[in-house]
Design a protein around this ligand. Structure first.
Ligand code: GUN
Ligand code: ZN
Length: 474
């Protein structure tokens, strides 16, 4: 397939105006007030998919007399697009399936559903719906599990390419302890297939490739060894490794039985060369100190997936362990759909707060929205590219509605500052709280447009026929 040309002629200036919040450092490690920029009335100036300037409207606007295409948002907060560090798009059609334990739930629902992805038409249908869900929730980058079949990888990257989103996925490597319908036929062939897909998709437009052993129990030692070799061959080209780690006790016990010669779960992956600077580990609920040390030293990313952990009764993530000052670990949020119960990163924050409270800690809105944006970018080693609204960054932006329901609008009257409002929003967890999503500067999702979702090429085509005009408060 030839990639779709996206705006080859370059785009004119575009502006987004309104209240704005963006992070520049980790509030778990530094004084919170120094970690963000907040503007009551900001102007973001975008050209060719990148942010060229952001600041107070009154200071920035006079510098751009030619800037006519400005969208102004009221009762809203403009933020970097959310980053979902761990999600299974192939489980979208089984979200909300009754479960008892993780391992039974995988057998009963996840594996049979994923086996259907051999069929490209099914994969296309699910990828289409998945991308719509992400964009509706304001998520602009996700680190995604596909499944065994190349069809599942192609379907997601093709759909992502149509929106020009930055997505990370790859073939899932799994050659034991799962049904034949989903199992790789041989470790060697699975790695060849993964490398073929890597060469096809990595850095094609904004797409990035990940080597994905599902988790240690579903790979033979031989497959892990070959996966590690493949990862090490491509790591300097920005390829990822993505897997599950330390999600629940029964899983950890199983790993200990399968790999008796290794000290802990993290060391299983380490032994095979799979723990390195672009390794992203989902869950990390029950982690030993020596494992945190390894994750810190190797600069790994961790995806905190609270709604899934609660739904599957896994374990409780301990952010204070992850963020221990002497050896902090990079942490972002993950929905882990279909273990997670929705696609919204702000709603994950509400669950993260409760998981912390169950352990007599709490998470404020500053730390929470950092995790949802820049924290995710740091976990993916993309913090110089996405996750902040600053000059040079890719223009991936969400616009949250601060009055998404009549009740929320009334409740907001009794809040003091923006962080109190954001805390209410993440706690109420309304599904309709995102007004618009911009991807590389194009508004690919607009809650109030007839055509809510639009592909990049459709937007470019409509811009060619309609002259840009100033749009007013929404
Ligand atoms: N561990 C291995 N596979 C999975 C999965 O699909 N979901 C979750 N939550 N954990 C896993
Ligand atoms: Zn998962």
């Amino acid at each position: 397939m030839t990639p779709m040309p996206v705006n080859p002629a370059g785009s004119p200036l575009k502006g987004i105006r309104g209240q704005l919040l963006t992070f520049k450092a980790d509030p778990f490690l530094y004084n919170e007030k120094e970690c963000y920029d907040y503007y009551t009335d900001a102007l973001v100036v975008i050209r060719d998919g990148h942010i060229i300037e952001v600041g107070d409207y009154k200071d920035v606007a006079p510098k751009y007399p030619d800037l006519k295409d400005v969208e102004t948002y009221t009762d809203s907060i403009i933020m970097p697009g959310f980053i979902d560090c761990h999600v299974h798009y192939v489980q979208s059609s089984m979200i909300g399936s009754f479960g008892d334990t993780l391992l039974n739930w995988l057998d009963r629902y996840a594996f049979p559903t994923e086996a259907k992805f051999r069929d490209k038409a099914f994969a296309d249908e699910v990828a289409h719906e998945f991308m719509k869900q992400l964009l509706e929730q304001g998520t602009t980058t996700a680190n995604v599990f596909s499944t065994t079949f190349a069809t599942s990888v192609d379907a997601l990257f093709e759909e992502s390419e149509r929106y020009d989103t930055r997505m990370i996925t790859g073939k899932v490597l799994q050659d034991r302890n799962l049904p034949d319908s989903l199992k790789d036929e041989s470790a060697e062939e699975s790695i060849l297939e993964s490398e073929r897909l890597l060469k096809k998709w990595h850095h094609r437009g904004r797409q990035l490739y990940a080597i994905i052993p599902r988790f240690a129990p579903t790979s033979t030692p031989r497959q892990l060894e070959l996966a590690g070799e493949l990862y090490q061959r491509y790591i300097d080209q920005g390829v990822y490794m993505h897997t599950h780690l330390d999600e629940m006790q029964s899983e950890i016990d199983w790993v200990t039985q399968l790999f008796p010669d290794v000290d802990n779960y993290t060391d299983v992956y380490k032994k095979y060369g799979l723990v390195d600077k672009r390794s992203v580990m989902a869950h990390c609920c029950i982690v030993r100190e020596e494992e945190w040390q390894t994750l810190h030293e190797c600069q790994c990313g961790v995806a905190h997936c609270p709604s899934s952990n609660l739904f599957l009764g896994d374990g409780e993530f301990r952010y204070w362990e992850a963020k221990e000052q002497s050896r902090p670990v990079r942490v972002g949020m993950g929905t882990d759909v279909g273990g997670g119960t929705n696609f919204s990163i702000p709603r994950q924050l509400g669950e993260a707060y409760k998981v912390a409270m169950l352990q007599m800690r709490s998470l404020d809105a500053v730390k929470s929205f950092y995790l949802a944006t820049r924290g995710g970018a740091e976990a993916l080693h993309l913090e110089n590219t996405i996750g902040s609204i600053a000059p040079g960054y890719e223009a991936d932006i969400a616009v949250l509605d601060l009055k998404p329901s009549e009740f929320a609008a009334w409740r907001m009257k009794y809040t003091g500052n923006i962080f109190e409002r954001l805390f209410v929003l993440m706690t109420l967890g309304l599904n309709n709280m995102n007004k618009a999503t911009y991807v590389a500067g194009r508004k690919v999702y607009d809650r109030s447009r007839d055509n809510k979702w639009m592909y990049a090429a459709e937007i470019d085509a409509s811009a060619d026929v309609k002259p840009a005009k100033e749009q007013k408060s929404r």
